[in-house]
Design a protein around this ligand. Structure first.
Ligand code: AMP
Length: 293
């Protein structure tokens, strides 16, 4: 695997890929890689001639310095994982390489960023995400880029940005990869103490609870949300940031589940913030969602 640290070298490789007319799949990550990330790599390897992954813990998308400092960094292990998966190139620039000291340009997607995580993490979070993804696209020049449904709002925002700014990139959104017990894989899971692991499962289990209510005929979003909140808060070690039921297209709250709807939530286990979501229909989980529910 070719490891690239500078934008100049990445651009040179992008030019070479273009000269060879090679299709390029790109998987941006913040490292601390797990099977969820690898699923995106595999999909890219299937679809493209060349696969580029990036590892960049992007400072501009963190609201709190402490969260940024504590974000897990496992570079050596990540390289082994990428190598084993068959990734061709890893782009891993330092923050100084990505951000000029006088950097002042940002990319913002308006309404979609005003919901779900945008409320608690603030507008700057998704601005940081959009800005760095735009910069990475300009460096790597991919044909396709792969994002996880785990970060449903992020995937939707990137899709909007690519359309609005005419990036010549196809966005592919891949399903959530979960542990056997249902916990959505996340780099942050490794920060959860063993004795709090069960508490981390309350969010996905509350989705199961809501799906049970749906199957029993409940359609009212607020009643479903109240049910989920009560379910989660039975565990005193969990704090709820939000639980929402929204339109999967606009992310606006729905009053009743009478079409495809996205149930999304964020909880705090100590200082670790976990997010998850599930697409549902009025009958329960949409096809291809969590099987054990
Ligand atoms: P991150 O390193 O957390 O920024 O994630 C990089 C990419 O991997 C994003 O597109 C995420 O949505 C995706 N991803 C993270 N966790 C999972 C998961 N459990 N299943 C599928 N995709 C994931």
């Amino acid at each position: 695997m070719n490891i690239i640290k500078t934008i100049a070298e990445m651009r040179e490789e992008a030019r070479e890929n273009a000269r060879r007319d090679a299709s390029v799949g790109f998987v941006p990550t913040m490292g601390a890689l797990h099977e969820g990330h690898v699923s995106l790599m595999r999909r890219s390897l299937e679809d493209n001639d060349v696969t580029v992954a990036s590892i960049f813990v992007n400072p501009t998308q963190f609201n709190e310095q402490d969260d940024f400092d504590k974000y897990p960094r496992t570079f050596e292990q990540d390289c082994e994982i990428l190598e084993a998966a068959g990734v061709d190139t890893l782009f891993a620039p330092e923050a100084e390489e990505m951000y000029h000291p006088r950097h002042q340009t940002s990319v913002a997607v308006a309404q979609l960023a005003d919901h779900l995580c945008g409320i608690s993490r603030g507008r700057r979070h998704f601005m940081g995400v959009c800005t760095v993804v735009s910069k990475l696209f300009n460096c790597v020049q991919p044909t396709r880029a792969y994002f996880g449904q785990k970060d449903a709002q992020q995937a939707l925002i990137i899709q909007r940005m690519v359309i609005d700014l005419n990036f010549p990139v196809e966005i592919v959104v891949c399903p959530i990869v979960r542990e056997k017990d249902g916990l959505a894989m996340s780099s942050r899971n490794r920060r959860i103490a063993d004795d709090l692991r069960d508490s981390a499962l309350t969010l996905v289990r509350s989705f199961g609870y809501a799906c049970g209510m749906l199957k029993d005929g409940e359609r009212d979003a607020q009643t479903l949300i109240n049910g989920m909140m009560e379910f989660i808060l039975r565990d005193r070690r969990v704090e709820v940031d939000y639980v929402s039921i929204v339109s999967p297209e606009t992310l606006e709250d729905v009053a009743t589940v009478d079409d495809f709807s996205l149930i999304a939530g964020a909880i705090l286990i100590g200082d670790v913030r976990l997010i998850d979501n599930i697409l549902v229909t009025p009958e329960g989980p949409a096809r291809g969602q969590i099987e054990f529910i």
